[in-house]
Design a protein around this ligand. Sequence first.
Ligand code: ZN
Length: 428
Amino acid sequence: MTEAFREQLEALYAWSNGEHGGKEPTAMQTEERVREWIRQIGEDTQVLLLGGMDRNRRKGKKPCPVCGEEIYWNGYEPRQYITLLGEMQIERAYYHHGACHCGWVPLDERLGLGASELSPFVQEMVSYLGGFMPFAQAQVYLEKYQNIHISHDAVNNTTVMVGQELREKQEEAIQQAWEECELPDCEVDTLPERLYVSADGINHLLPDGQGKEIKVAAVYETEERRNKKGEIEIHAVDIDYVVATDPETLARAAYLQAVKRGAELAEEVIILGDGASWIWNRIPPMSPKPKVTEVLDFYHASEYIWDAGNAVWGQGAKEAKHWGEKQCHALKHNGPVRVLGALRALDPADDSPPEPVAKAITYFENQAHRMDYPSCTQRGTSDRQWFGRKCRQTSRRHASQSSRYALESRTRRGCRSCPCCYSQQPLG
Ligand SMILES: [Zn+2]
């Protein structure tokens, strides 16, 4: 094999120098060819290893899983196996006990191969892509960049299957915690000082055009980074997502995820959300009260301010802009009381106020205790750490596109934080 490797390498070298009358390859051609070579080495090696695993077949007998009787192997069964290193056929020893009508392949069991032709690694990749993009697009990507040729139905089935497995796992963990009082272990080495749980409802459009609300929570920590202008930006890091259709399941799943992230021993747990009561009735009560801080997503609060201003002066009017900026600034630096006063002042004495104004007043009255942004600013190392929305967009994108209960527990990436102050009118 070493000799063959050497010969291939020499041939590659000759090809790259345009020997034997060929043209010298471009960067693209070189990369493609080397990649294909490496892939071939990977495929050959994998076939060799997987084939080698069943060599002990001649020693022969294995107990029948039904009756326990020792049975000789029956023969080989080939199976298609699609991996990142190519599509291959592997031969595995097949056992069959006629008396029990029972057949089994020990190697598949040992490797954890199910009915799918896709290797576990490819299944994970396919379901990941299937969660982010339309299945047909995922199929094109796999074909073009990974040399994996599968139908978009296979992308669909794999994504749904992996999503269902994740959902079952989530349900099992919830059952274990709530029925057997067994909490999951803490999985982090360094306990977080502050752990964030941010929840939101998302209207997901199903293929038939019908909308369906799914609920998403993100559990994360934050870190400060300096941007090119030298300003400090806060980024959510190590984001774990949980998804459910009903609020109770979502709250429980979010709590268990937080426990795995060290919530039980964290100094503070910050819960972020919009005004939806399903969030506030369920998620904060799961942690001991003294360490929970409820924060209303600043963006949501500012939306009410803008709607009220636009209703009074007209959409996009200069006065509305001026008033909205002033109130958002006041909300951030002085808290909700002053804004509530300003909203009430919009209320004409002789007439009922425009609906958005009345709605904003009610909203600020009900949510004021979650809008203590000034003290958040003082307590945080940076004010932006508290203002939420950090992962809303990411979680929304994630959830709306996967929607198959894909619990994203492996993703470790930050997303951009909100700008410092929402003094600008929110878009849309
Ligand atoms: Zn048997």
